[in-house]
Write a protein that binds this ligand. Structure first.
Ligand code: ADP
Ligand code: C5P
Length: 211
């Protein structure tokens, strides 16, 4: 069999620990050929919309994402071609005019609330993970993170959570759990799950004639 990168999808609700799981796997492979792709960076370009309009966007609906571009980039990386990855600004609610040049790697981790929702994305994945964390823990984490890192107020985070994030989670994110090969409770602190993942990725790399 020819050389082919391994694609791991990491889904789960907001604040579930997707980024922590992704980073934990990434750190195990440091020094190896691995890259992370964040579905959030592929929110549709809203730079032409006024800020007030961008505030009203539903960022938890599948249609908010430019999955066509994401899939195009994944195909390129699977062919060992480089991509120009968009950069997302959560404070301005849009893509920045900058891009990041990303060289292809042997392991690709794709992380985001809805990466398991699109069948085209699922079909490109070798391993599908769903990070499963209780909603009360997720909202507490999100409040702290969005205030500290995403330029939000506590009132705005709570209002958005109740009116949009929670219903969209129940409608679109939670049902994708059924597509997961592995459901990980406790996110990045689940060392057993992380170690299992690392072993599995190594096996696939061997099968794909990479190691
Ligand atoms: P996601 O990518 O699913 O939104 P993150 O991994 O970014 O979730 O975690 C959201 C926030 O919660 C971050 O600020 C992170 O530091 C924190 N966090 C994640 N996992 C834990 C944990 N097990 N214990 C405490 N805080 C955590
Ligand atoms: O990292 P996390 O999985 O929490 O990121 C997804 C969340 O980011 C979504 O629940 C969405 O509500 C939020 N988001 C936002 N503002 C944006 C883009 C995304 O609050 N401009």
């Amino acid at each position: 069999m020819g050389k082919k990168p391994v694609v791991i999808g990491v889904a789960g609700g907001t604040g579930s620990g997707k980024t922590s799981v992704t980073k934990a796997i990434y750190e195990h492979f440091q020094g190896h050929s691995i890259l992370m792709l964040e579905q959030d960076y592929y929110y549709k370009d809203q730079s032409r919309l006024p800020f007030e309009e961008r505030l009203k966007t539903n960022y938890d609906h599948p249609l908010a994402f430019d999955n066509d571009l994401l899939i195009d980039h994944l195909h390129k990386l699977l062919n060992y071609e480089p991509i120009e990855k968009p950069v997302y600004d959560y404070a301005l609610h849009t893509r920045s005019d900058k891009v990041i040049h990303v060289e292809p790697k042997d392991v690709i981790i794709l992380e985001g609330i809805l990466v398991l929702e699109d069948e085209r994305l699922r079909n490109l994945m070798d391993i599908k993970l769903f990070v499963d964390t209780d909603a009360d823990i997720r909202i507490i984490r999100r409040i702290l993170r969005d205030i500290k890192e995403r330029g939000r107020t506590i009132d705005s985070v709570i209002e958005q959570y109740v009116s949009v994030v929670r219903p969209m989670h129940n409608q679109f994110v939670e049902p994708t759990k059924r597509y997961a090969d592995i459901i990980i409770p406790e996110g990045g602190q689940n060392h057993v799950a992380i170690d299992l993942m690392v072993t599995k990725i190594q096996t696939i790399l061997e099968q794909n004639a990479i190691l």
